[in-house]
Design a protein around this ligand. Sequence first.
Ligand code: CAA
Length: 386
Amino acid sequence: MTTTFEGLSFQLSEEHLAVQQATRDFAQTELWAGVIERDEKEFFPDELVQKMANMGLMGMMVSPQYGGGGMDTVSYVLAMEELSKVDASASVMVSVNNSLVCYGLEAFGTEEQKQKYLTRLATGQTIGAFALSEPEAGSDATSQHTTAIDMGDYYLLNGTKNWITNGGRAGIYLVIAQTHPEKGHKGINCLIVEKGMEGFQVGKKENKLGIRGSDTHSLMFTDVKVPKENRIGPDGFGFKFAMSTLNGGRIGIASQALGIASGAYELSLKYAKERKTFGKPIAEHQAIQFKLADMATQIEAARLLCFKAALDKDNHHDYVKSAAMAKLFASQVAMDTAIEAVQIHGGYGYVKEFHVERMMRDAKITQIYEGTSEIQKIVIAREILR
Ligand code: CAA
């Protein structure tokens, strides 16, 4: 098994440090205030989305010619970590828009599609959603029931999508659907659907365990006429499109998991130095020291895996395996760290004001969306057994 470490210098560039600092400042000032209320009341104000767009966070890796920041994936990992330390609901919006929708359009869209849609998405004039999952097609993504029947100059789209991040807020949706069922995954297409197209309805908003500030909806399509020019790639490319796009998406979610873990760890470290039991700060008890040591070690390892996947992508190496490894590991670290953060905080950890219970709830989804941990193991195993 060959492992490449091209570009790994353990030294962030000036640009990287600037992105990290700017996102950290933004998260600590703009996102921190109100994060508990947004979680409780399940909302995220448009003005805050606009502020993220103004920061250039919605199209970080998109070429400047389409209104993006032209940054590398390492910068994206750094920004995602900082946002997720504070508010994972904000960071999943950024992640889906950047690594699924914008990346998918830039990598595989036509020039017309990029001009028409990508610029709006990269600049945050509108936000995007990626509609792959269905009531009966989550991990088994080839088993699409949504149909896109070829009617000559348009596709007739029918079906239901479930658990779609940005589902209510989005203006542009990348929708995966089956055109030639007899061809299996080679009969699937991806269509660009705009909000407002006749027959397209946004369904119910999900009441979730975590990332409650982000809006997750079902989508319903009834005889929606989608112009042929809205298909991404050649006929039958939709499944490959979804898989290729998700490879990069998994770097985004791995970084989100890393951020949740770092956020929970930093709060725990601070609390452990302040809180006293048996006459001394709990940080002086070995039981707590061991927890902090485990957290710090796991987080460092997760960060290196995120950087490894990002560097593989930036250096045009295959990143299927490294992205899956980063997501598998970082999401477990997020879960373990957040649980221990609650434990360190004791009774305070179980109430909302101390943030770590929210982080524990937010962490769980990183083991589920954009491919469950079990799917990541399938992906990794296939790569190493190839
Ligand atoms: N990258 C590129 N291509 C890939 C790929 C990958 N990671 N995985 C598979 N493919 C290609 C294969 O090469 C194959 O192409 P060919 O026929 O040309 O060789 C084709 O896709 C079919 O592959 P498989 O036969 O391996 O397909 P499968 O049915 O066995 O499924 C799977 C493979 C890995 C299990 C896949 O279904 C999968 O990743 N499932 C999880 C789906 C997922 O991540 N869902 C998340 C929902 S989106 C979301 O959460 C977004 C959000 O809102 C936050």
